[in-house]
Write a protein that binds this ligand. Structure first.
Ligand code: SAH
Length: 380
């Protein structure tokens, strides 16, 4: 096996994973990621609230109320396009502190019929974040239910939001060599730290199952693949009962090659193999693969469009103007900063982050997706 050496870690989960590898051999990257984020006792999300300035990273709803408000207005408009079913389940996957949902519910007040039709359902595995969501959502006075998994949602029409959720779903990695594609796994290196290693045997038929555009890569090409499980379950339900989902995340519009597995700790990049459970571990979203996976379940997909384009189409500039008018001078500067962070180019989120929607085949194009831009629109 080829391998590169990492520093030995000290987290509790390091010991757990080291003994699993000793017993079972090199570990798939997806399993390492699942344990790092979701191990019941030591997983990153199980033990802490990682969000905000004091935490490890800041998400769009934590940057400004404008984000959740615009997504709430999007939901109200899509509900109208759905012909106003009552009740409608407003679902969020991985709702963090509940900030996006709180802001969306505030904005939904402009459409009282929508607000009175909705029930909130949150899919969340972290006990710490569930508590935060309970506190944030106590005031709005809308019924809220929690679920461990999307499979547990009640039947019926759905409106689904998922911001920075898909990046936390585990990926597997594959590397092209002279004799074909090999899985990249995690092993224990010489200094007892974790290291990547290629499985010695090439995977039979791997290249033939790739879309033609992705075949014949040079040796060294790395491909990531993700199981979109919860999104596929949502797509199946939307195809059956109606509705739409909106996915916002960082990633690429079309499948591309390269390692995007990344760890973030205290707002800095960290070594993804060092101290699992102590840093956020994610990989970029492949929106082309996501669109293909949900379309297989019978929905129509639109996008992705960049977050900047999407938020401008939803009227973020008007919303910012309104906030500025009611604000003092320091708050006005904060509105400007939030506007460029959410919708501007790097270091803002406007280009790297993208929005994709998928919806029941009879639903007209949801707002923000009025022109064909991405692979979700190809061969719909
Ligand atoms: N959407 C929020 C939080 C993003 S962090 C925001 O924008 O601020 C990722 C969220 O997904 C956290 O709430 C985390 O606990 C949750 N999560 C991660 N993996 C999950 C899984 N497999 N099932 C359900 N929730 C998950």
């Amino acid at each position: 096996m080829h391998s590169s050496i990492a520093h030995a870690g000290t987290s509790a989960l390091t010991r757990v994973i080291r003994s699993m590898i000793a017993a079972e051999g090199p570990m798939p990257v997806s399993r390492f990621m699942t344990l790092a984020l979701g191990h019941p006792r030591y997983g990153y999300y199980m033990t802490r609230d990682p969000l905000g300035a004091e935490g490890d990273f800041t998400t769009a709803p934590e940057v400004s109320q404008m984000f959740g408000e615009l997504l709430g207005l999007w939901c109200a408009e899509v509900w109208r396009l759905m012909r106003m079913p009552r009740p409608v389940r407003l679902v969020e996957l991985g709702p963090g502190r509940g900030t996006l949902m709180r802001d969306a519910l505030r904005a939904s007040k402009v459409t009282p019929e929508f607000r009175s039709a909705l029930e909130v359902h949150l899919v969340e595995t972290s006990p710490v974040l569930r508590e935060a969501q309970r506190a944030t959502l106590a005031a709005p006075g809308v019924p809220v239910a929690w679920h461990e998994r999307a499979e547990a949602l009640p039947d019926g029409p759905l409106l689904v939001l998922a911001n920075e959720f898909v990046d936390a779903l585990p990926v597997d990695q594959f590397v092209k060599a002279e004799d074909g594609w090999h899985e990249r796994r995690v092993e224990v290196g010489a200094d007892s730290g974790f290291a990547f290693a290629l499985m010695p045997a090439a995977l039979p038929g791997f290249e033939d199952r790739l879309p033609p555009r992705l075949r014949r890569q040079p040796p060294g090409a790395l491909l990531e693949r993700r199981d979109y499980g919860p999104l596929c379950e949502i797509a199946r339900r939307i195809a059956m009962f109606g509705g739409a989902a909106l996915v916002v995340d960082y990633g690429h519009a079309r499948t591309s090659f390269g390692n995007t597995l990344q760890a973030v700790r205290a707002h800095e990049y960290a070594d993804p193999l060092l101290d699992p459970g102590e840093a956020d571990l994610t990989a970029h979203v492949d929106f082309e693969a996501l669109a293909a996976a949900v379309k297989e379940r019978g929905v129509r997909a639109h996008g992705p469009v960049s977050q900047g384009v999407f938020l401008r189409r939803l009227g973020i500039e008007l919303r910012a103007d309104r906030l500025r008018r009611h604000a003092g001078a320091t708050d006005r500067a904060a509105v400007d900063a939030a506007l460029s962070r959410l919708s501007g180019p790097a270091p803002g989120m406007g280009e790297l982050f993208k929005a994709l929607t998928f919806a029941h085949r009879d639903l007209p194009r949801p707002p923000g997706f009025d022109s064909a831009e991405g692979p979700g629109d190809l061969a719909a």
